[in-house]
Design a protein around this ligand. Structure first.
Ligand code: NAD
Length: 246
């Protein structure tokens, strides 16, 4: 595949290294000082976008206008449903495909499925309180992370006794229906997500710890290959349903 990297920061460099290892060509490395036009894409078949939450929707609409399929990994922009709808419409109108994922790691996808099963089972055992903790490097802009938000949705969907989530500890006593979420930002920590089930006699802890950013890059490349030739906006779930059924 000929790949255009859009956003040549930490993840852009990871995608480049993984793409070369997997035998793909990187035809363009586009960062924010460069114009985003057909010449810049330099004959790419697909674009992989890791930029910033504040610019991602416009960058994606521009890419749709240039008629290229895209895998987008930027987190923190897809909370606003009307923004997502505008981006979806741009890709549908252009007849191009976009796959969006807050976390492209297959390991995290497995982890999310394990957390869903833990929530389903813990729903029948009232004794366990549940919390989420995530830690990342100090440069990360959004908090909680996109992956943590995905895990929070999974837990709220499976555990009927938790109806909302919060980072706020100022209210005493803590409302047991609120899923407590804690965030750490420090140094160069690579993404760590923990779900703990705290019982009266024991605790069950599920942790996913990324050892490098390579897993995100490989997943993004695989998802980019999958989205080629599709039309509209897809989530990682749609790709993974096929991936895990294999
Ligand atoms: P980074 O700051 O190292 O890189 C972002 C790059 O985007 C910078 O080089 C910046 O100059 C560039 N940029 C800014 N505006 C641009 C524009 N308009 N056009 C082109 N390039 C532009 O950040 P990072 O660590 O690479 O992370 C990028 C995003 O990816 C963040 O939102 C992060 O949370 C997310 N992320 C997602 C996954 C995943 O698997 N989905 C994994 C890791 C990080």
């Amino acid at each position: 595949m000929n790949i255009a990297i859009v956003g040549y920061g930490r993840m852009g460099h990871e995608v480049e290294a993984a793409a070369l290892k997997l035998g793909h060509e990187v035809t363009a490395r586009i960062d924010h000082a460069q114009p985003l036009d057909a010449a810049a894409l330099n004959g790419a078949d697909v674009a992989i976008e890791f930029t910033r939450p504040d610019v991602a929707p416009d960058v994606l609409k521009q890419l749709a206008g240039l008629g290229i399929d895209v895998a987008s990994g930027t987190t923190g922009w897809s909370d606003d449903a009307s923004v997502v709808q505008q981006v979806r419409e741009a890709f549908t109108a252009a007849g191009r495909g976009l796959v969006v994922a807050p976390n492209f790691s297959l390991g995290v996808a497995l982890f999310t499925r394990l957390v869903a099963e833990a929530a389903r089972l813990a729903d029948a055992v009232d004794d366990y309180d549940v919390h989420v903790h995530e830690a990342h490097h100090r440069h990360k802009i959004d908090a909680p992370s996109g992956t943590a938000r995905q895990l929070i949705d999974t837990l709220l969907g499976g555990l009927r006794r938790k109806t909302s989530w919060s980072l706020d500890l100022s209210q005493a006593p803590l409302d047991p229906s609120v899923l407590q979420v804690a965030v750490t930002r420090s140094g160069e920590i690579s993404g760590t997500h923990t779900i703990a089930l705290e019982g009266p006699d024991d605790r069950i802890v599920l942790t996913h710890e990324a050892r490098s950013r390579g897993g995100f890059a490989r997943g993004a490349i695989e998802a980019a290959a999958w989205v080629r030739g599709r039309r509209g906006l897809f989530t990682l779930d749609e790709w993974l349903r096929e991936r895990f059924a294999q």
